[in-house]
Design a protein around this ligand. Structure first.
Ligand SMILES: Cc1cc2nc3c(=O)[nH]c(=O)nc-3n(C[C@H](O)[C@H](O)[C@H](O)COP(=O)(O)OP(=O)(O)OC[C@H]3O[C@@H](n4cnc5c(N)ncnc54)[C@H](O)[C@@H]3O)c2cc1C
Length: 698
C-alpha cells in the first residue's frame, strides 16, 4: 500500500526546524555576593521557560508593551518542543455537525473532579481564541474545504474536540510562537536555569523581586558557577512538568519543572496526586506516546522473557480475541490508565498486564507485522469480529488492510515516519514499549488569572496545577495557551512590567546565593547519580499507577530522610558545570517528598482510586478480573465522591510540608453576562481584580 501523501509533506510535518535565536546582550552591571562577581539583568517581567506556554505569555506581554525577557534551560528543550504524539491536540468548538458549547466543554474538562469550575470554563471559552491566534501565527491546523477545523475524539472527550497537525503539533506551536517572539524583539537568554526565586517583604506583603539563575554564558574565573540575577517585579513560571521524577517516563530527558523551585519559595502547590500514566516508548530511546492510530492499527502485543521466550500475555487477561483486540483499539482514545477501566475487562487491563510483565522481568513489544494472536480456544483475529464501535471506526477510516502496518500506513503514515527518524523502522521491527509517567496534572496553585500565592509570581502551562483528576487529551496545550494569554492580560493591566526593575536587591540575593552554595558541597556523600536513582525508583515503584497505603507511607518516610540528608550534607559536584544539575536534583528531591506527602494525605483521608492511580487495599470495593478469575492483589479502593469537590494544597514551611484541602471554586452556570452592566468592569480593568490607583497602576 503506497503512502498517499507525498514524502516532502510528511517530512515538513515531522522534521520541524526551529528559528535562530537572537544574539544575547551581556549585562554591564555586577554585584559582589559571597565573594562572587554576579551579573545583574533588569527586566519588567521574566518568563522562565520557552515551551509553548512560556512563549505564548512572552508574545502576549510584548504585544501589550511590557518589558519582558525569556530565560530557558534549553531553548528548544522541554515537552512542547521535544515530545508529543499523533494526538497532540487543541480544542475546537467551531464545527457545526455536532455543535458544541463552552459550558458543555468546561464540564468535560473538569469531569474528573478536583478542578476549579471557573478555570475549566476559562479554558473552554478561551480555546477558540487560542486556535484562531495560532492559525494567525501560521500553525497549519487542518481544515475542510469550507474552513471548518478537522477534528476527532480523544481521551475523556465524548464529542470529538481534538485536532492535530500531526505528531509534531506542539513543536510546531513552539516554532510559530518563537518566530513571533523573535519578530517582536523579546530578549531570549538560553542555557539559563532558574534556581531560586527572590522575594521581598514579609507574610502577605511578600512579593517577587527577581530570580537567581545559573547561566553558562556568565561563567568566568570570578564567577565559576555562572550565577546571575534577573531582577524583576513580575515572574512567570513556565518551566513545564517534573518529567525526571519517575524512572519510567515518556517525558523528554532533562525535564525538571519548577515544583521544587516553587516549594523553596513557599508557593502553594495543588493536586500533586494527579498525574497521567500510559503506554509509550521511554526517554532512554525516543519518548513517544503509543496512543491513537498506533494501537488503533491493532498490532500484536507480546512480551519476551530473559531466555528469549515469547508470551502472548494479553490472551491471559481477556475472554475472547474480539474483546482483547477491541480494548487494544480503545487505548487509542482511552490512553491514560484509569483504575475503573481495569474492571469489566476494560482497556486499562492492558496497562496492568504490561506493568505485571515488566515486574516479571519481561520486555513488552508491539509488532505491526502481525495481527493480534487469538485468545486460547477462541476464533482467530478478524476485522469483522470487533466490537461495533471499533469495526465502524476502522470502516469509516478505510482501514481494512490485512496487516496492522498497512492499516497504520493508511490512517497515519506520519506515525511510521516519526520512528524512522529515530532509527526504528516499525514497518520492519517490533517496537519495545512500557507504561510510563507522562503528565503532571497538578502544580503551582493559581487563580483565574494565573496568579500564584506569591504576589507578582504567575504560573502557566504544565507548571500550573490547573488540571483536575482527568484532562481530555489536548487540554494541556490548550490550558498553556489560554493562561499564557491570561497572565499577559493581567500583567498588562497591572502595569507592573512596563519598565526594567529598579532598586537594589543585594541583601536578598546574598541570602539566596548563600543558600545555593550551602547545597553545593564537594565532600558530600550524596551525588546527583545516587539521588536520581533513589528518587526515580521510589516514585516509579511506590507511587506509580499501582500503589498501596503502606508503600506510599514508607516511600514518604524515605523521601523525608533523603531531604534531611541533603540539608545536612548538601550534594557533591566535581565541576562548576555540574552545579545546575545538582541544584535541580535538590529540587526534585523536594518535589518528590511533596508528591508523596500529598498522596499519603489523600490515602489517609480515605482517598480512593482515581485518575492515574489505583490505590490497592485488601478492603477495597473493586477487584479487576482476568479470564482466569479475579486478581485479589489488585483489589482497590473506589474513589470517594466528596474528594472530587476539593483539592489538596501543599506548602513548605521551613523544613515541614503543610498539607490541607480547599473546595473547588464553583461557577454559576446560570449567571450570564450582560453588556451594559459588565462593560464598565472591562473598561476600568475591574475584571482583573486589581486595586488600581489614580495613575492606573495596580
Ligand atoms: C509524550 C507526551 C505526549 C503528550 N501529548 C499531549 C497531547 O497530545 N496534547 C496535550 O495537550 N498535551 C500533551 N502532552 C503534555 C504537553 O505536551 C505538555 O503539558 C506541554 O507541552 C507543556 O508545555 P509547557 O510550555 O508548560 O512546558 P515545556 O514545553 O516542557 O517547556 C518548559 C520550558 O521550561 C524550560 N525550563 C525548565 N526548567 C527551567 C528552569 N529551572 N529555568 C529555566 N528554564 C527552565 C525548558 O527548557 C523548556 O523550555 C504530552 C506530553 C508528553 C510527554
Amino acid at each position: 500500500m503506497a503512502i498517499d501523501v507525498p514524502q516532502h509533506i510528511l517530512d515538513a510535518l515531522t522534521d520541524v526546524e526551529m528559528p535562530r535565536l537572537p544574539t544575547e546582550s551581556a549585562s554591564s552591571e555586577r554585584v559582589r555576593l559571597a565573594g562572587i562577581e554576579v551579573p545583574v539583568y533588569r527586566s519588567g517581567c521574566v518568563v522562565v521557560g520557552s515551551g509553548a506556554a512560556g512563549l505564548r505569555a512572552a508574545v502576549e506581554m510584548k504585544r501589550r508593551g511590557d518589558h519582558v525577557v525569556i530565560i530557558s534551560q534549553s531553548a528548544w528543550g522541554g515537552t512542547s518542543a521535544c515530545s508529543g504524539s499523533d494526538k497532540q491536540t487543541l480544542h475546537t468548538a467551531n464545527t457545526a455537525d455536532q455543535g458544541d458549547n463552552y459550558k458543555a466543554m468546561a464540564r468535560a474538562i473538569r469531569s474528573g473532579g478536583a478542578m476549579d469550575e471557573d478555570i475549566a470554563y476559562v479554558e473552554a471559552v478561551g480555546s477558540s481564541r487560542m486556535m484562531a491566534s495560532l492559525q494567525f501565527l501560521g500553525l497549519p491546523l487542518p481544515q475542510d474545504r469550507l474552513g471548518g477545523t478537522l477534528r476527532y475524539q480523544t481521551d475523556h472527550d465524548e464529542v470529538g474536540r481534538a485536532t492535530s497537525c500531526g505528531p509534531r503539533t506542539s513543536r510546531l506551536m513552539v516554532k510559530v510562537l518563537a518566530e513571533e517572539t523573535i519578530r517582536l524583539g523579546v530578549p531570549f537568554y538560553n542555557h539559563t536555569t532558574a534556581i531560586r526565586i527572590l522575594s521581598e517583604g514579609q507574610a502577605a506583603e511578600r512579593r517577587v523581586a527577581g530570580i537567581l539563575v545559573v547561566r553558562a554564558a556568565d561563567r568566568t574565573e570570578q564567577n565559576p558557577l555562572g550565577l546571575a540575577i534577573f531582577q524583576c517585579p513580575v515572574l512567570v513560571l513556565a518551566a513545564g512538568g517534573p518529567g525526571e521524577l519517575y524512572r519510567n517516563s515518556v517525558y523528554p530527558n532533562g525535564c525538571f519543572g519548577s515544583l521544587g523551585l516553587a516549594l523553596e519559595a513557599g508557593l502553594e502547590l495543588v493536586n500533586l496526586t494527579e498525574s497521567q500514566f500510559g503506554i509509550g516508548t521511554r526517554r532512554e530511546g525516543f519518548p513517544w506516546n503509543l496512543s491513537g492510530t498506533y494501537v488503533q492499527a491493532l498490532p500484536h502485543v507480546y512480551s519476551v522473557d530473559a531466555d528469549g521466550g515469547e508470551h502472548h500475555f494479553l490472551a491471559d487477561y481477556y475472554r475472547t480475541t474480539q474483546e482483547m483486540a477491541s480494548n487494544l483499539f480503545r487505548k487509542g482514545y482511552q490512553w491514560p490508565f484509569h483504575a475503573t477501566r481495569m474492571l469489566e475487562f476494560g482497556s486499562s487491563l492492558i496497562d496492568l498486564a504490561i506493568v505485571r510483565q515488566a515486574a516479571a522481568g519481561r520486555r513488552v513489544f508491539m509488532d505491526f507485522n502481525r495481527n493480534p494472536l487469538p485468545v486460547l480456544g477462541d476464533l482467530p483475529f478478524s476485522l469483522d469480529r470487533l466490537d461495533d464501535d471499533v469495526r465502524q471506526y476502522l470502516g469509516y477510516a478505510g482501514a481494512r488492510q490485512a496487516q496492522p502496518i498497512d492499516r497504520l500506513r493508511h490512517m497515519n503514515p506520519l506515525a511510521i515516519e516519526l520512528y524512522r527518524r529515530y532509527k526504528t523502522d516499525i514497518a520492519i521491527e517490533p517496537l519495545e514499549f512500557a507504561v510510563n509517567n507522562q503528565h503532571m496534572n497538578g502544580g503551582i496553585q493559581v487563580d483565574l488569572w494565573g496568579r500564584s500565592s506569591l504576589t507578582g509570581c504567575y504560573a502557566v502551562g504544565e507548571a500550573a496545577g490547573t488540571h483536575g483528576v482527568t484532562r481530555p487529551g489536548g487540554a494541556a496545550l490548550n490550558a498553556g495557551q489560554v493562561f499564557g494569554t491570561r497572565v499577559a492580560e493581567h500583567i498588562g493591566a497591572s502595569r507592573r512590567a512596563k519598565h526594567g526593575a529598579a532598586g537594589d536587591i543585594t541583601a536578598m540575593a546574598k541570602e539566596a546565593v548563600a543558600g545555593v552554595l550551602a547545597v553545593l558541597r564537594a565532600d558530600s556523600p550524596l551525588t546527583v547519580k545516587s539521588v536520581r536513582a533513589q528518587v526515580q525508583a521510589r516514585m516509579s515503584d511506590k507511587a506509580g499507577m499501582i500503589c498501596d497505603p503502606a508503600s506510599v507511607e514508607h516511600a514518604l518516610a524515605e523521601a523525608r530522610a533523603l531531604n534531611a540528608q541533603i540539608r545536612e550534607h548538601g550534594l557533591a559536584f566535581d565541576r562548576p558545570s555540574e552545579a545546575t544539575r545538582v541544584l535541580q536534583w535538590r529540587h526534585m528531591a523536594l518535589a518528590s517528598e511533596a508528591v508523596l506527602g500529598a498522596l499519603d494525605f489523600f490515602i489517609r483521608h480515605g482517598g480512593g482510586s482515581r485518575g492515574a492511580r489505583a490505590i490497592c487495599d485488601p478492603q477495597g470495593e473493586a477487584v479487576p478480573s482476568t479470564r482466569a478469575g479475579p486478581l485479589p492483589e489488585f483489589r482497590f479502593r473506589r474513589e470517594q465522591d466528596e474528594h472530587r469537590a476539593e483539592q489538596i494544597v501543599v506548602m513548605l514551611h521551613g523544613e515541614v510540608l503543610h498539607i490541607s484541602t480547599r473546595p473547588n471554586r464553583p461557577l454559576d452556570e446560570s449567571a450570564a453576562s450582560f453588556f451594559e452592566r459588565d462593560w464598565p468592569d472591562w473598561l476600568t480593568g475591574r475584571v482583573f481584580g486589581l486595586e488600581v490607583d489614580g495613575n492606573g497602576n495596580a
